[in-house]
Design a protein around this ligand. Structure first.
Ligand code: ZN
Length: 146
């Protein structure tokens, strides 16, 4: 049997990559991002997001779990603490399980966070219909196209 090719490890010097606009169809308010890695063997992807005060992500469901590290600012997840969600204040860590529905994720200050996504993000309309299913391949495509 042939020796199996092993995927190579990766190191990213974050400041060497420029911020790119995160797709307008998926967010509002000028969010930019840096895609750090995709992992075909895990179906996961990792990115850092820069989110100006007042920006937000459009409604989505995490098909698989995700973990984030808010390095700067103030992020309200699932409406924030007062609506039963999470209010993250840097430095803050959060775990979002399979099928976590994020109708409203918004930023009350200029913020920055790192997140890993296991599996795709399902962006939805108000009735819960899929608008865009963003897999690691789509994330890579959006990054390379911008
Ligand atoms: Zn989310």
């Amino acid at each position: 049997m042939e020796h199996q090719d092993q995927l190579k490890g990766r190191y990213v010097q974050i400041n060497d990559n420029e911020w790119k606009p995160f797709p307008d169809a998926l967010s509002e308010g000028g969010i930019t991002w840096k895609l750090l890695n995709v992992s075909p063997e895990m179906g996961s992807w990792a990115a850092i997001f820069d989110c100006p005060k007042g920006s937000s992500f459009n409604a989505h469901i995490h098909i698989g779990p995700g973990e984030y590290f808010l390095t700067k600012g103030h992020m309200e997840v699932r409406g924030g603490h007062d609506e039963g969600g999470s209010t993250a204040i840097a430095p803050g860590y959060g775990y979002e399980p399979c099928n976590a529905r994020h109708d409203h994720t918004h930023f009350l200050e200029d913020s920055e966070f790192y997140m890993t996504f296991l599996g795709p993000l399902n962006f939805i309309d108000e009735e819960g219909n899929t608008i865009a299913l963003v897999t690691w391949e789509d994330a890579q495509g959006a990054w390379e196209a911008s």
